[in-house]
Design a protein around this ligand. Structure first.
Ligand code: AHR
Length: 503
């Protein structure tokens, strides 16, 4: 048996749980939009062509904000193609994913989908092939009421009310050589500043995200954030981070410790942003938008067999997630919560089919992947304040990160519920975790759920088509409370949530 002990006190908080931390991402990529959220011929389609089976699952998972329309796609996107009568919308090549974009789903359709889900839109503008003017036109089309060219165009297109989008990304991954319109930090920093200021002059209430590094391993990481923020500090509110993790060569031990990298990445971006703040004598703080994160097996072929260049909605990176992946996703959510004082926005990438929380088949069924379970539970149960958690845990050796805690934890408290999110990274042994309750106004277990292999499963088990609920949550029986001390026993390789409340 492995052991760990948490130290927690209601007086030691990280900050309020930022509701925007539990976002997701819909990109015009592969089958995320077409046959994902939108499929007019599907038996479940509503009057807008939206798949109501996917819509209902999305509502259950409940992403609080959804980034749109890309991703690499946005760096070649001409938003005007995606509005107005559908029969007039052009078919365009999407260079990023070498597919054809039909534009049958566009801005108004996304707005209507987001309203049905009950989520906030986070819109990205194209700063790859386009610039300040087109970004301003899109903002005018989206947020101004009437009496100007693009606001009136929106009305003429049938959207009477403005979309009223508050959150805007100033481009996507422009630090990456793969990005259409890739830029140096100095080129991008100037463009972000100029575009941001022009957009604010149209709508002073918007919040702007500058492009940060596409991963911590980018050769420009650090320098990129420093230069971009030196040039755009006055114009932006957030800097973005992107990170994808995978298991390499069967090294599950290192993969399970991916949150160590995420913690470090966040700490280093905070340090860089704050150094620019000090040097520039700025008072405001730049916060972080972790607006692409997930497990993604990038070493596997991106396209499914048979996919041809310029297909419509091809099968691209339709990763099927296992129990191991779900445990890692649980630890990545812990990392985001641990940094809730500075990471105010999160967007798991992506919502459906493309490295998705959900999967759907054309004309067929839709279901939750394993990774949707920790996401949904954390979104539902993390409330009030995030607590500082000091974890004293047994350790295990990893090739990538040396010795790492076996137990990974985060916690929230809202005066009624103390909630702890736990992962046991040991693949063989259970872990016993002590949680002191005395300082809180709670004395019994309200909820205890675990995701782990059941009989006949192993760490690779997924929710394949046809057996959609093979991996899910079950009651965690082994939780006891004695004299203000809770003991939670986690099965090997598991993720769990335990909520405590007063009698
Ligand atoms: O989410 C998939 C892709 O990953 C996005 O298009 C891009 O921004 C990132 O590299």
């Amino acid at each position: 048996m492995r052991t760990a002990r948490l130290a927690l006190d209601p007086a030691f908080t990280v900050g309020p749980v930022p509701r925007r931390l539990f976002g997701s991402f819909v990109e015009h990529m592969g089958r995320c939009v077409y046959t994902g959220i939108f499929e007019p011929d599907h038996p479940s389609a509503d009057e807008d062509g939206l798949r109501t089976d996917v819509l209902e699952l999305t509502k259950e998972i409940g992403p609080t904000v959804v980034r749109y329309p890309g991703g690499n796609f946005v760096s070649g996107f001409e938003w005007e193609d995606s509005v107005g009568p559908r029969e007039n919308r052009p078919r365009r090549i999407d260079r990023a994913w070498r597919s054809v974009e039909t534009n049958q789903f566009g801005l108004a359709e996304f707005d209507s989908w987001a309203r049905k889900v009950g989520t906030e839109t986070m819109m990205a503008v194209n700063l790859g092939t386009r610039g300040l003017q087109e970004a301003c036109d899109l903002l005018e089309y989206s947020n101004l009421d009437s009496g100007t060219k693009f606001a009136d165009l929106r009305k003429a297109h049938g959207s009477k009310d403005p979309f009223d989008i508050k959150l805007w990304c100033l481009g996507n991954e422009l630090d990456g050589p793969w990005q259409t319109g890739h830029k140096t930090a100095a080129e991008y920093g100037r463009l972000a500043a100029e575009t941001g200021m022009a957009m604010r002059s149209i709508d002073p209430d918007i919040e702007l995200v500058a492009v940060g590094s596409s991963s911590r391993s980018m050769p420009t990481f650090g320098d990129w954030e420093q230069t971009v923020l030196e040039l755009s500090y006055h114009a932006v509110d957030y800097v973005s981070l992107h990170a994808y993790y995978q298991e390499h060569d069967g090294d599950a031990a290192s993969f399970l410790a991916s949150a160590v990298d995420m913690d470090l990445f966040i700490d280093q971006v905070v340090a860089t942003a704050d150094a620019v703040r000090a040097k520039g004598k700025h008072t405001k703080k730049i916060n972080l938008s972790f607006d692409e994160w997930n497990v993604w097996y990038q070493s596997r072929p991106h396209h499914a067999p048979g996919v041809q260049p310029w297909d419509v909605a091809p099968r691209v990176i339709e990763d099927e997630y296992s129990i191991t992946d779900a445990v890692v996703v649980g630890t990545l959510l812990n990392s985001l919560l641990r940094h809730a004082d500075r990471v105010h926005i999160g967007a798991q990438a992506q919502l459906v089919n493309v490295i998705g929380l959900l999967r759907s088949e054309p004309g067929g069924e839709a279901w939750k992947q394993t990774i949707a379970h920790p996401f949904e539970q954390v979104r539902r149960l993390a409330t009030g304040d995030v607590l500082q958690v000091v974890t004293t845990s047994d350790k295990y050796e990893t090739a990538k990160f040396d010795a790492v805690d076996v137990v990974d934890a985060s916690a929230t408290y809202d005066e009624e519920f103390l909630t702890v999110f736990l992962a046991n990274r040991d693949q063989e042994q259970p872990a016993s975790v002590e949680v002191p309750l005395r300082a809180f106004d709670v004395d019994r277990v309200a909820t205890a759920k675990v995701l782990a292999a059941t009989e006949g499963q192993d760490r690779h088990t997924t929710n394949l088509e046809g057996d959609h609920s093979a991996v899910g949550l079950r009651a965690l029986e082994d939780v006891t409370v004695t004299d203000g001390l809770a003991t939670v026993v986690l099965p090997p390789l598991s993720w769990a949530v335990v909520q405590f409340r007063k009698g």
